[in-house]
Design a protein around this ligand. Sequence first.
Ligand code: CA
Length: 617
Amino acid sequence: MIKFYKLHWCCILIILLQPLRSTENYSIEHLEPPFWWTGMAENKLQLMVHGKNISDLEPEFFYPGIEITQVNRLSNPNYLFIDLFLSEEAMPGEFEIAFNKQGRSQVQYNYRLIDRESGSADRQGFSSEDVIYLITPDRFANGDLSNDNVSTLKESSDRSNNHGRHGGDLQGIIDHLDYIENMGFTQIWLNPVLENDQHNYSYHGYSTTDYYNIDARFGNNNLYKILSKEAKKRGIGLVMDLILNHIGSEHWWMKDLPAIDWINNDGKFVRSNHIHESVHDPHLTESQRDLFTSGWFVKTMPDLNQNYMFLANYLIQNSIWWIEYADLSGFRIDTYPYIDKDFLSIWSKRIAKEYPRFNFVGEEWSNNPTMVAYWQKGSYRYDNYESYIPSMMDFPFQEALVNGLLGKEDWNSGIVDIFRVISNDFQYGDPYNLVVFAGNHDMKRIYSQLNEQMDLYKMAMIIISTVRGIPQIYYGTEIAMSSIDDHGALRKDFPGGWPGDKVNAFTGKSLNNKELEAQDFLRKLLNWRKENTAVTLGKMIHYPVDNGIYVYFRNYNESLVMVIINNNKRSKTIDPDRFYEVLAEKKHGISILDDKIYDLTRKINIPSKSALILEIN
Ligand code: CA
């Protein structure tokens, strides 16, 4: 509030010369989306305007091809939701939206419409031709020391704290794109990089406090765009981690909620039961069913009510805004089953309407293929639900991979676990579009899950790189990082990412033999995969496990690859005759890791705990 008596006389003169203003103050704190594009498939747009008493005012502008169709006011006077209709005549340009009272403009906002990049709608999302590198940005590389502490944001950097911020950022990733490319990765998925202005434990990024701004400790929106552009030059796509389920408790909405319906449970903390089966369980009470999706994930993560139309529009437009702004090639959607089911269908359809070839993958952390398949587009279901999501994270496969490799070889344990989980592919709409992984940012490092056994680690890497699906590898896996089961510890700093680091995994300096062995192995494997159409595009054919040996093939046109896994503690011999339906008249196989030639008319010896990849010709 301006205190009149404190104003200098010249100010008074200026005020008197201006048109009479209202006695009340008005302001615009947020107007989102901050700009938009012409030529989108959807011709409606809804602007959220937040500012003091803004609902008291009437928005107005004149711009050819765009008109206001409705102005929506909620119970909170500090919000306006403006519905716009954009006709095909709307051209790129800028116009002033005036917010009027009794015909007089009180506050204004210059809105921009931008021309889309050509080919934007037709963008290809990540696919089975890719390998995704998952990076926790705070822990990968610190490319800009000046943003480690930002005065306007609450938590500052403390590298000695496992659960604190370590200073890694987007510049650090940009600086090492050549390394990422050289390793054979073709997509990068970053844990969330939007602003997380929480008091502590904010580095992981899953507590959004601003949906339209990159956290200043990681960089800024423009730098995110530069990262995308620089990655694209190297054939690498950018996958954004999207959180539609919840926000951070320090999100600006929480200080001035648009409506009580914005947050589940009237904006008050009620913990989710975290029972994923709640979505499907026929025996559960209605209240327990609701509690899973409408309860909060944790106290610092208020649960969004995506049932509420204004919030649904906001989230949908925000997702599209980032695809278009940062030229994304995919989304990874956090805590997928916790989100309102009906909203998920609407959201997916809107994304696909704008970008029919875009890809996005959901996180359903369940080892039950039925529960994961339920969400994937085209799967068979017990109800008529369809979420339209093209890809899911293959958690059942991850668990089977570890259990299978660690299990004692017997008719009902060991490598048969992997065979069985793949056999369950009949449940999926598209098993080739599942994301397969050995580890991620939420579980003990895969090298440690496999009891730090290099032979098992290599088998795991071979399997995820050759099995159906899209491989995803967590940063540091390429140097066989180990960890205990603790989030802070498993997300440890990548060596060489910080000035003064004695070990540098980007250059190989001071890596030990084990780390170098893992890195060379994975580099070779992934770069081979990139060029092999049997593995990237081919069908998968497998044989039942026999004597602790699992054999599968990938084939595409003339290209055929055979993978033989011996999970026994002893070497074993296999007779290629058993696979006559696939091998037919083929006589030779070349091992892609050591170029050794195998005669397929004779028995093949497979060393203990090893996997062999043969290109068949
Ligand atoms: Ca930094």
